[in-house]
Ligand binder design. Structure first.
Ligand SMILES: Nc1ncnc2c1ncn2[C@@H]1O[C@H](COP(=O)(O)OP(=O)(O)OP(=O)(O)O)[C@@H](O)[C@H]1O
Ligand SMILES: Cc1ncc(CO)c(N)n1
Ligand SMILES: [Mg+2]
Length: 546
């Protein structure tokens, strides 16, 4: 007879650790070990009100390697908090080398799957991927007419990156004539855009714009021409068109072999965001950021021997530091009036860091850096958190000088580092691709290195002699000019700049000199807002002259 032993400690109910609670935040109550005999049995909290669950239905092919297709769609939607059902149009035998076989599902059975899901499961958004035949496209369109949804995202998958055909030329006309007019967005890559338009050549951003406009004329409400496969580009640039305006969405191009499934993932993320209620442009921006972050976090992973590996959609489960929370996209024009705080000056004038930042923003600062060399860490962090709130609500990015730990803890928009701080590439490793990194550079060689390290901008100076920073050699206009002309990055000038000389800096007319950074001229003054306001008007006048 088997002996009955006491439950081991490992099986006893335990509260989840704090870190598990952080990773899987859900209301958790520890199970009661010995309920009193009179207590009513506890019921699981059955929802008294219906909780909406954003729902994406993907109509696409299965990728046995699970990097693209249905598998990517389910992972991407789930990562962004949407439920994803799946109607399978084809089964592919596929790996990191390429596509070895395609087995299309009969049209009637695609129809049956569509009816099953659409008639019962409250789908918000349909996303399409591989549609291997004109017949399947037609069945899909019939079902969409019968069961309307909030939005239709069409990723016109035709050829895999390995060059294998996933949807032949016979479906092209049905895509154009039947599916596109029903679509809220169509997301071709450059090769697909070219095919849809009769093999036009697409080499430049301007070609991508023309293609977006021509595809828009086929009937979708928005078009996104994806530039992931554009040759020789240091950025990953996509062109968005809503019928009126073109928007170039620029992302960091991640150096990795693991780009299989980027297109499927992007379209699914757009669908998930739309299902959650986002506007189209916001959905596209979130989706692009998601792809960039996922590529970044899986760039060194190795699966398979072929040229194109999968990436990790669930990176945020493993890397809580890089949550999708902060989506501030760096705009070089934000460098225009760059306010840098100084604890000594705040103390002198009896101001808190928070009040100093508030006043600078009120006066028109376009970006803020907290440079607190002798504030205690705990006090600094508290102040930084308050400043993040102020800056977020005004749409002004907030950077932290040198202290990567503080930047992470307060979820700032980025950091600024000097030549003796942590190298920018290490900072990038820690902060991920979504944060802004600035580097102080005095020489063309340093500027070149900052670009290689993945910085977003350069701070160059001291342009004039300054008392804010000890032992800081003055570069003068010539030094600034040398750094700017060697730099592929936008530059902000710093060092001794004030209302008296700021105009002359901007009047140098250096194309990548985007603004001036100031400390004393704003914060070693009685009224920070007034000083900021007058500096702003001086800068604007200088720019209109040069
Ligand atoms: N190396 C990269 N770094 C950053 N973003 C990338 C990279 N490659 C692609 N992207 C982005 O991924 C998204 C998908 O674009 P891409 O052109 O790769 O689509 P696709 O060719 O349809 O993808 P696939 O066929 O591999 O699923 C775009 O936003 C693009 O800019
Ligand atoms: C099944 C499937 N759908 C889409 C793509 C495009 O990446 C692929 N390679 N495989
Ligand atoms: Mg691609």
């Amino acid at each position: 007879m088997a002996s009955v032993s006491a439950p081991s400690a490992a099986l006893a109910p335990r509260r989840p650790s704090a870190s598990a609670a952080l990773l899987f935040p859900y209301p958790y109550s520890s199970p009661r070990v010995s309920p009193s005999p009179t207590a009513q049995p506890r019921r699981l909290a059955v929802a008294a009100r219906a909780m909406p669950w954003p729902h994406v239905l993907t109509v696409a092919g299965s990728d046995s390697g699970a990097g693209a297709g249905i598998q990517a769609d389910i992972k991407a939607s789930a990562a962004l908090g949407a439920y994803c059902s799946s109607v399978i149009t084809a089964v592919t035998a596929q790996n990191t080398v390429g596509v070895q076989g395609v087995h299309a599902v009969p049209e009637e059975f695609v129809g049956e799957q569509l009816r099953s899901v659409l008639s019962d499961m409250s789908v918000d958004v349909v996303k399409t991927g591989m549609l291997p035949s004109a017949g399947i496209v037609k069945v899909l369109c019939e079902n969409l007419r019968k069961f309307p949804v909030k939005a239709l995202v069409v990723d016109p998958v035709m050829v895999s990156t390995s060059g294998d055909t996933l949807s032949g030329p016979s479906t092209l006309a049905t895509f154009r004539d039947e599916l596109f007019p029903m679509a809220d967005i169509v997301t071709p890559n450059v090769k697909e855009a070219s095919k849809l338009l009769g093999d036009v050549s697409l080499q430049t951003i301007s070609d991508m714009r023309s293609a977006a406009e021509s595809i828009y004329k086929l009937g979708p409400k928005h078009v996104l021409v994806k530039g992931g496969d554009m040759p020789d580009s240091t950025d990953a640039i996509d062109v968005f068109f809503d019928g009126k305006e073109f928007i170039e969405l620029r992302g960091l191009r991640i150096k990795t072999r693991n780009t299989h499934g980027t297109g499927c993932t992007l379209a699914s993320c757009i669908a998930a965001e739309l299902a959650k209620g986002a506007t189209m442009l916001h959905a596209v921006e979130v989706a692009k950021k998601f792809v960039e972050s996922a590529l970044y976090h899986s760039k060194d992973r190795v699966i398979g021997n072929g040229p194109q590996g999968p990436f990790d959609h669930l990176f945020s489960l493993k890397s809580p530091l890089h949550k999708m929370g902060s989506l501030h996209k760096f705009n070089p024009d934000d460098l225009f009036l760059y306010a840098v705080t100084d604890s000594g000056m705040n103390k002198k004038w009896g101001r808190s860091i928070k009040d100093a930042v508030k006043a600078a923003i009120e006066g028109g600062a376009t970006i803020v850096q907290l440079r607190e060399k002798d504030t205690e860490t705990r006090e600094f962090l508290e102040a930084a958190k308050a400043c993040v709130d102020i800056c977020r609500s005004s749409g002004v990015p907030l950077l932290i000088n040198d202290r990567i730990d503080v930047a992470l803890a307060c979820n700032a928009d980025g950091v600024h580092v000097g030549q003796s701080d942590m190298p920018a590439w290490e900072v990038r490793e820690l902060l991920g691709p979504g944060k802004i990194i600035g580097v102080s550079c005095k020489t063309p060689a340093q500027a070149e290195q900052a670009w290689k390290d993945g910085a977003d901008y350069i701070g160059s100076g001291g342009v004039f002699p300054t008392t804010t920073k000890a032992n800081n050699p003055t570069l003068g206009f010539e030094g600034l000019r040398a750094v700017c002309s060697a730099s592929k990055l936008p530059v902000v000038a710093i060092g001794g700049i004030n209302t008296g000389n700021a105009g002359s800096v901007m009047e140098l007319g250096l194309p990548n000199l985007k603004g001036v950074a100031v400390v004393s001229a704003l914060f070693d003054r009685e009224c920070v807002a007034t000083e900021t306001r007058s500096l702003r008007s001086i800068l604007m006048n200088a720019c209109s002259r040069s």
